[in-house]
Design a protein around this ligand. Sequence first.
Ligand code: NAD
Length: 357
Amino acid sequence: SQWEKQVRKSAHPRSPGGLTVLVTGAAGFVGTHVSIALRRRGDGVLGLDNFNKYYDPKLKRARQGLLERSGVFVVEGDINDAVLLKKLFDVVLFTHVMHLAAQAGVRYAMQNPGSYVNSNIAGFVNLLEVSKSANPQPAVVWASSSSVYGLNTKVPFSEKDRTDHPASLYAATKKAGEGIAHTYNHIYGLSLTGLRFFTVYGPWGRPDMAYFFFTKDILKGKTITVFESPDKGSVARDFTYIDDIVKGCLGALDTAEKSTGSGGKKKGPAMFRIYNLGNTSPVPVTKLVKILEKLLKMKAKKKVMPLPRNGDVEFTHANITLAQSEIGYKPAVDLETGLKKFVKWYMGFYSKKKSSW
Ligand code: NAD
């Protein structure tokens, strides 16, 4: 059929030895960038996304347009749909799965807790079920989150630190995902690599994140709320530029071994790894606002409030030594440079559109 042809063409590597990757959440912020980077270097990429309405669906459709122009076809469907997933694995022999589909965001859990359980737990299990039964089994790299460190106060956060005190339901589902992934590695020999992203930002970013809606509100002259913790001053984040995250994802895919299943001949167990992908330099949100004011050439109207207990943590700070030594991860973009690129994209994208969002 026409659909099968599109799927095969998109998933077919253009360069010899190229990977064949299923990217879930391909129309998302990180998914779009990772898919395009893979396609550019000659790998085969098939996208999957349910285009949910958590944020502006027009932004997701615009990313889809960009993906299609880059030769990436996005299948519209849900990771909970086992029949669809099996069909995709029947049509294409994926060497790798880059799993980025999730219910992201911390605060939305207060309105829709089920969505987190559905996508981040049930959907992930469904994807792992299909992956472990596929022949050959693909290596799975998936997005965890810095939020698993929760109320941890030992900085910088290292992979060995405690993750047993999540501050939000989002964090709890991401932590659950790590445990679930471990069982699929241990029982079925599936190769699994988890990436704990630290506050990713950049062009085509997510409208629910502070740097994005601060930009929007400063430009509109609307008052922004900056949270402060009682003892530590401004909330701080280890903001990580999207291009650095993309390099980390590609590094993880390239070093992930294809597993051969529990009955395979490969010596030793399939790999299970967890890496921090951060920037190792936390920036207070007050500083973020100052940089945005400078780039937008506008003064922000600010309201300072104590950090509410709604799931946000006070600060994040990654130790990235492990990712550095094992997957060659080396973040290179500082916050001001990265925000400059974001603002440039933002101005171009939203000046062309009259959409209300
Ligand atoms: P995003 O919301 O832009 O992308 C996720 C995509 O997955 C969306 O396009 C959405 O439509 C899709 N999706 C959601 N549920 C689905 C389902 N059940 N089936 C199919 N598609 C579904 O988010 P993002 O910022 O690109 O994040 C990518 C991944 O990285 C997520 O797993 C997120 O939890 C994780 N992460 C992101 C950040 C960050 O700062 N952006 C930080 C830590 C972790």
